[in-house]
Structures are given as C-alpha cells and as structure tokens.
Design a protein around this ligand. Structure first.
Ligand code: ADP
Ligand code: MG
Length: 693
C-alpha cells in the first residue's frame, strides 16, 4: 500500500448503501480518501446502556428499552413532531419524531411494543424526559465514547463514521516516512501521523475532540508545519533566483532636500523606520518590509523618503492605495512635496482612459514617470515599467496576496514596503507570509493632542448642531458618518440622504454627502470641496474609513456607533487629530444596545492608543476574528479552528516552532523527506500561488 491511496477518490470509502448521496458527501467532506481522514469531529458523545431513567443520564446518549403507551400524530402540521409516549418502569418518556412520516414508525412503535432505542436524553420544561429523533438500537450500536462530526441535511453520523473508518482501513497500512524532526516529536510527545489519525477517529475520552488532545495536536502541528514549509520553500526559491540590480549607495541628496523643506520636524520614530528601509535597499535581495504605525503617525512621509532614495538609485517607484480617493490624495501629497524637486509623478486608476491612459503607459514604459500612484486596477493592465525598484502598498491588509504576486509575475522583483495602521500579531504575519521584517512608528508627531471622545445617546443629537456651529466658525471641518447598512446599498443611501436633509436645515450649502452609490468622479468632486473648504460638513458612509487626510477636520460624529467594531471605530476616529488642533470624536449610540457594544464605546472614550484598542478588541472577541484583518482573505484550517480562543495560544506556539524549523529545512534540508507531508496537507503545492509577500 502506498501513500498514493490517500489521493484516490472518496467514493472508495462510500458503502453502496450511501452511494446515492455521493455528491452531498463530496460537498461536505471532499473528493479524496484523504479528505475523509482529515475530517475532524466537532465534539464527542458518550453512549451508555440504561435500564431505568436517572438524572445522571441527561445529555448522554442512552440505549434503553421502552414500552409504547400511546402515539399522537400531528396530521395538520409539517413542523410539529409525532409524539410517542412511552414508559420505563414508573418513569415516562416522550419520543419526538421530527420530519417522520407515520409509516416510518409503524411496526416498531405500535402501542404495546417494547423497542430498544438509542438517542440523547434531554429534559423538557416541566421535567419531562425526552428523546428527539431516537433510532432503533441494533447490534451495531456501540456503548462508549464516539465522535460527533459536523453534518448537513441528508447525511447522518452513521454515514460519516462509516466513510471515515473505511478510509482508515484503506490507508493505515500505507508506508509513510516520519516527517517531523525527532526534536519536535520528543518536545510535544507526539505519536506517528497514522497513529494520531486512528486515535482521533476512535476517541477514548470525552474531551478527545478538543485541541488539548495530543493526537489532534499532532495533526494540527502537521498542518501548520506543511504551510510554513511551503512559504519558506517559495521564499528561498524566490530570493535565490532574484537579484535586483546591484544596489547603488546614494548620497541621499533628494531625501535631504525634502527633509530640509518640510514644514515640520520628522519624529525620531519616522527617522528610524526610514533608516531601516534604506538599509534594506542596500542589500542585493529585495526588501519585504511591513511598516506598522497607528493612524495619524505619519507613515506617508516615510514612504516618500524611501521612494526618493529609490529614485536616486535610478529606479521607478509605485505606490498603491486601496481606494481611488486615497490614490488621488497620495498624488496631491506627492505633488505638494515634490513639485520643486522636478520629480515626475503620474496616476493610473480605472478612471484614466483612452489617450490619457496610453500616454501614462508610455511614460511608465520609457521611464519618464518616476513615481506611479495607483489602485489595484494597475494590475489589470499592460503596464510595463522601465525599471521598477520599489513598490509601496498602503493599508496593506486590503490587498490580496494574489494581487501582490501579479506584480512579481510580471518578472520584476522590486523592493516592497507595506504600510498598515492595523497592528497585526506576529504569528498571524507568519502564517500569512512566513517571516517578514517589520518596522513600527511608535510615536506621534509632537504637539498632537489626544482626541476627546464622547459617547452620547441618539436622543441628544440636537445638541450637536450648536457645537458644530462653533467648530465651523473657527474654520474647522466636520465628518458625519452614517453606518454602512450591510447588503443594502439602498438603505445605506437613504440614511445619508436623511442626515443631509436634517443638517441642511441648519447649515444650508455648507454640507454635502458622499456614499457608495456615487461614481468615483462624483465622490472625488465632493471630497475636494471638503478638503479645500468649499463645504465644512461632510456626511458620509464608511467609504471615508481608510487613510483620508484632511488636517483641519477636527470633529467626527459617528452615528450608530454601537454597530461598528473597535478596529473600525479607531480607523474612523483617526480621520481627525491629524494636526495640532484639538479634535473631537462623538459616538452616537442607541441606548438599547447590548452590553458588549457599550463596553466597546467605553474603551473608545478611555484611550486613543491603537495598540491598547487592538488588545481589548481581542479580549472582547474572545480571540475570535483577529483585529481588523478580514478573515475571509485567510484560509481555513482543517485540523483546528483559528477563531477558537482556547486553541489560539497553542496554535501560536506551533506557528512559531514550525516557522523556525522550516526555515532551516528550506535552506539546507532535503525536500524528499517532506514530500508525504506536503502531499497530504498542501496537495496543490506546485501550483500554489502562496508565497512570501
Ligand atoms: P498615517 O500614518 O495615518 O498614514 P499620514 O502619513 O497621513 O498618517 O500623516 C498624518 C498627518 O500628519 C499628515 O497631514 C502629515 O502631513 C502629518 N505629519 C506627518 N509627520 C509629521 C510630523 N513629524 N510632524 C507633524 N506632522 C506630521
Ligand atoms: Mg495613511
């Protein structure tokens, strides 16, 4: 038996009796024998044989012989069950059959019969014993602990169990090399791969489905190990084949020129991060660096310095933003700073069309354009750079790995600098990209005042009108954020319109709106009016969330703040407090909101520190979704649940360990040893696009 049997069709494990359900089974479990082996139980249940009903049996699966007393058919209802009332000695029990036709029960459950049944004992209100959808016990019904697997309609536990056990029968004799290093096996006291699989599917204890089970842990480690291995192999290959042009040490003339003309002093944190970047750019291999810094900490200027350094080395640069508004803002900022320095900046988004587009493409191809600003639309293009040396990716978590790779697949291997305001835990970075270098801006520009944050109930909305009048009189500006109503652009839009009408009563033409239904040119027009002061109040949905920089906007009012997550509230609040003016954030909430929502609002009023907020966020979510990162972009694991807080710590430790050993393996090891592991956990490895970012 060879390991190839793992990759045979799952139908080999499906008994003839279940064959007509094959496509359902494939949907639930997968197409291969291997998928059945790695189909993990969600919990366990204990089955005991009983002769009388006692409270200790509640919540257990019991096998018991009952006497049928009477039957109640719910002829006129599809949702109500058939109720069969039975006795066991002096006790009564109700058997409820949902979705059963009376004819299914006839014979076994006729009045006076004494069937032996199996099912989970529960207690209904009033203390009545009940079993929902019990089965007739057969000689196959086993006493003891068994797994409960996730199901879908049309597939029973019995079916899943039989498929998995067949898969174990077929494969467990397969010859397989141990792929985990001896050190790891000893450290965690792991058993062999097949030994662990067998144990996971034949549980001996009631908590066997949890990750504190040593067998399950082994599988979990294997999965993480295989993932890290792929990341590290890709990275090693990429870096060994790639040499960016021989790096040129520069005199940093351009950088010095800009710094001496800046209207402010750079913070030490900004200078340090710039130096880390500049050092990377002197190495022969491309930089992969993540620049983290809280909202408003001044990441953009660091990126501009890095780009100037690259230009002086003779390269072109690109800066990518997640939205068009942000791309245009970057263009403006760049033009403002670089105008006098004779540096050519162009923009390319979906809105540059026809002749303009052709022209820009030509500028980029011939090297006239030194900095290209764009959105990800850049990737869908016949864009060719003459000599691309640095790509800056702003708010990087909005970018898919695939998009980043599209660039690299164009055959260029520029330095890549990603910037994010979201503190990403180290282990998350590792499981996404392996190891990358990170820099952090831990300090805000001097003179910044804490944003004063207040939470008030929606009823008190009227007091805001006076406050806004005072702000506008001082020439400052106000954002008014309406919630994005999920799946309903229409509602979303009415919400913004209503608020606009309300505010127009007091502020006439000094207010306008921005929402997802407008086209980009329209949005751009309105946003420009706000940023250059034609209007002072901007009613908007959360389209404004990321990166927007209007320094004299000092107030942000967030409606239905209870509906937002902490990360999003912090991002939104970061739209103000971007100058030395005192800024304010008002969180309007519904007084009937949940306790959890109120705690979020309280945290917002207590701190301005993004790192503290990230930590609190993790606590409140119980380690669930990781702060601000859209989990949808991340893959699911088979052997553990990334959102389970209890498991998080162990998983993190595994990631760190696996990261360390795979790095070594990828550089010095013989890949042969790990083939089986990769075949099992990373079957698409060869065409896998996943790579170091
Ligand atoms: P973020 O890190 O959120 O992207 P930005 O780069 O947009 O922040 O910077 C926020 C604002 O702070 C900008 O208006 C920028 O000009 C300003 N700024 C950046 N660095 C400094 C500094 N050292 N001193 C004063 N203002 C600064
Ligand atoms: Mg920014």
């Amino acid at each position: 038996m060879s390991i190839d049997s793992l990759h045979e069709d799952i139908s080999k494990c499906v008994e003839p009796f279940y064959k007509k359900r094959l496509s359902l089974i494939q949907n639930l479990i997968g197409n291969k024998v291997l998928d059945a082996l790695l189909y993990m139980p969600s919990s366990t249940i204990e089955t005991v044989s009983a002769s009388e009903l006692t409270p200790e049996l509640i919540e257990k699966n019991i096998i018991i012989t009952v006497k049928v007393e009477f039957i109640e058919y719910a002829y006129f209802s599809k949702t109500r069950p058939i109720t069969v009332t039975c006795t066991i000695g002096s006790n009564r029990i109700e058997l409820l059959f949902f979705n059963y036709k009376p004819c299914y029960l006839r014979g076994t459950f006729d009045v006076g019969k004494t069937p032996k049944i199996v099912g989970k004992l529960t207690v209904a209100s009033g203390g009545r014993y009940q079993i929902i959808n019990p089965k007739k016990a057969t000689f196959k019904t086993k006493v003891g602990i068994s797994n409960v697997y996730p199901l879908r309609t049309g597939i029973t536990q019995d079916a899943v169990n039989s498929i998995i056990h067949k898969a174990l029968d077929i494969t467990c004799g397969a010859e397989i090399h141990e792929w985990l290093p001896q050190k790891v096996l000893e450290r965690y006291k792991f058993y062999s791969f097949f030994g662990s699989l067998l144990a996971v599917h034949n549980p001996q204890t009631i908590d066997a489905s949890l990750l504190n089970n040593i067998y399950r842990q082994r599988l979990c480690f294997d999965e993480i190990f295989a993932e890290q291995l792929v990341i590290q192999i890709n990275k090693a290959q990429q870096l060994s084949n790639v040499f960016i042009n021989t790096p040129q040490k520069t005199n940093q003339e351009l950088v010095k020129e800009l710094v001496s003309n800046l209207p402010f002093e750079l913070t030490n944190a900004q200078l340090n991060t710039y130096h880390e970047i500049a050092t990377d750019m002197l190495k022969p291999t491309p930089m992969r660096r993540l620049l983290q810094g809280d909202v408003g900490s001044g990441k953009t200027i660091v990126a501009i310095l890095a780009m100037l350094n690259a230009i002086e080395m003779g390269y072109q640069c690109a800066i990518l933003a997640p939205t068009e508004i942000l791309a245009r803002q970057h263009l403006q900022t760049l033009q403002k700073y670089l105008e006098k320095m004779n540096i050519t900046v162009s923009i390319l988004t979906a809105n540059e069309k026809g002749k303009t587009r052709t022209q820009i493409l030509e500028y980029v191809a011939t090297g006239i354009t030194q900095i290209l600003v764009g959105t990800h639309a850049i990737f869908n293009d016949k864009l060719i750079f003459k000599n691309l040396g640095l790509v800056v990716v702003d708010e990087q978590h909005r970018f898919g790995v695939v998009q980043r790779l599209a660039l690299i697949r164009k055959g260029v291997h520029p330095h890549i600098l990603s910037m994010t305001a979201t503190p990403i835990p180290r282990t998350t970075i590792m499981s996404m990209y392996g190891d990358i270098d990170t820099s952090s801006i831990t300090q805000k520009p001097v003179g910044r005042k804490e944003i004063i944050t207040k939470a008030i109930t929606m009823e008190r909305i009227a007091i805001l009108v006076n406050a806004i009048h005072r702000i506008i009189e001082q020439g400052q500006k106000v954002y008014w954020i309406c919630p994005l109503i999920e799946d309903s652009e229409k509602l979303d839009y009415t919400c913004v319109i209503e608020r606009l009408e309300y505010l127009r009563k007091y502020f006439n033409d000094d207010v306008d709106m921005l929402h997802g239904r407008m086209d980009t040119a329209e949005k751009q027009g309105i946003f420009k009016k706000f940023s250059n002061g034609e209007i002072h109040i901007l009613v908007s949905t959360t389209v404004i969330e990321v990166g927007v920089d209007v320094p004299d906007a000092t107030v942000i009012i967030i409606e239905n703040a209870e509906k937002f997550g902490l990360a999003q509230l912090h991002q939104l609040r970061g739209r103000v407090g971007r100058s030395n003016l005192q800024s304010y954030c008002v969180l309007l909430y519904d007084k009937n909101c949940t306790g959890l929502a109120k705690r979020r609002l309280k945290i917002m009023t207590q701190t301005n520190d993004g790192f503290i907020i990230a930590e609190e966020d993790l606590k409140l979510r119980g380690g669930g979704e990781i702060y601000g990162i859209r989990q949808s972009g991340r893959k699911q694991y088979r052997t553990f649940n990334i959102t389970n807080a209890m498991e998080q710590e162990l998983v993190n430790e595994f990631i760190i360990t696996a990261n360390k050993i795979t790095k070594n393996i990828a550089q010095n090891g013989s890949m042969q040893l790990y083939n089986d592991c990769l075949k099992i956990f990373q079957p698409n490895f060869n065409c896998d696009v996943k790579s170091s970012f």
